[in-house]
Design a protein around this ligand. Sequence first.
Ligand code: NIG
Ligand code: FE
Length: 411
Amino acid sequence: MKLLFTNIKELLQIREPSVLKLSGKEMSILPTIKNAWLLIEDDKIADYGSMNDLPEISPDNTIDLTGKIVLPTWCDSHTHIVYAGNREQEFSQRISGLSYEEIANRGGGILNSAKTLQEISEEEIYKQSAKRLEEIMQLGTGAVEIKSGYGLIKEAELKMLRVVKKLKENYNIPIKATFLGAHALPLEYKDKKEEFIDHVINEILPAVAEENLAEYIDIFCEQGYFTVEDTNKLLKAAAKYNLRPKIHVNQFNAIGGVQVGVANNALSVDHLEELRIEDVESLKNSETMPVALPGCSLFLSIPYTPARMIIDAGLPLALATDFNPGSAPSGNMNLVVSLACIKMKMTPEEAINAATINGAYAMDQSKLVGSITKGKLANLIITKPIPSYSYLPYSFGSNFIEAVYLNGKKI
Ligand code: NIG
Ligand code: FE
């Protein structure tokens, strides 16, 4: 099956050969072809070029994209889309003046989501989560990471990860699973944190590995949650099962999470709203991708990750949604790209690179998605007619996506 797009106003993010990630100044360059054609063969990008030298091709179908821009789908490397119920009561409490921390201390927050999730069936969680996955696919996401962490007790964590496994089986996009058992201290373990960490390591982790339910390990390394020592212990244990770290660090306090992540060869360190010079220094000469989650900053009214400090130091940066019921109930990568430009002073080129190829790197998927490269999956966003690609982040909150193609097929 050959599908040819012609008269593409601009084809974005062309990488031949592909790169794994982009760092520092490289992020300011977004290679494009104006007035382009693109050929899809089955599920892959087969070829592309300028309309000025369109070769003899006999496609099964040709679509004229006059006025429209084509780019690779978004790569959302940090989500919690498998959850049950919602937390809009806490939203109202925060508007009335309570902080995220105060709500958590009253039994709300992660424990609130855990209670709801523990009580409902795997089928019901699957139904609610599949709906969210379909929603983000329509919004242009073509590869996604999903975490556990609202189960906390063994059976519920396994239930969450089995839901992720079922999503992988039923939806044909790259989905990566992360085991986030140490997301909060369950009530059963109040004042027994050491015991809980040992429980995660000795009871839940082996079961997750046994059923092959996760590729990555995560922990909420934060004051009031888990320490650097807890983090180090868990990451070392998970390494024995080949689970690479992708961890929550520096969301509210900088306590050394970046350093423990880098020391354990983390694939990514995520959040980074509170970032110190020494954290930036630790990331240099590492293989670890810093990931910013501006939707969370918007929703919780906390600082935005200092993108300029990171990129100007020569480091890479990825953008993700953090889609979850407590701190970022939105999986809209288009809005994330806008926020990165408006609030984090990233240029449209940097933001698009961060949301595509660098997001792919943060899920170990750069060889498959994240750029227009021959042989990569034909996971593509086709915009409505727009004046330029900067118009996408500029027109924040509007949806200028006309169609999404996954594996060469329109969804
Ligand atoms: O990434 N920070 C930890 N975990 C989530 C929020 C969890 C929740 O509030 O449900 C986050 O922000
Ligand atoms: Fe998160």
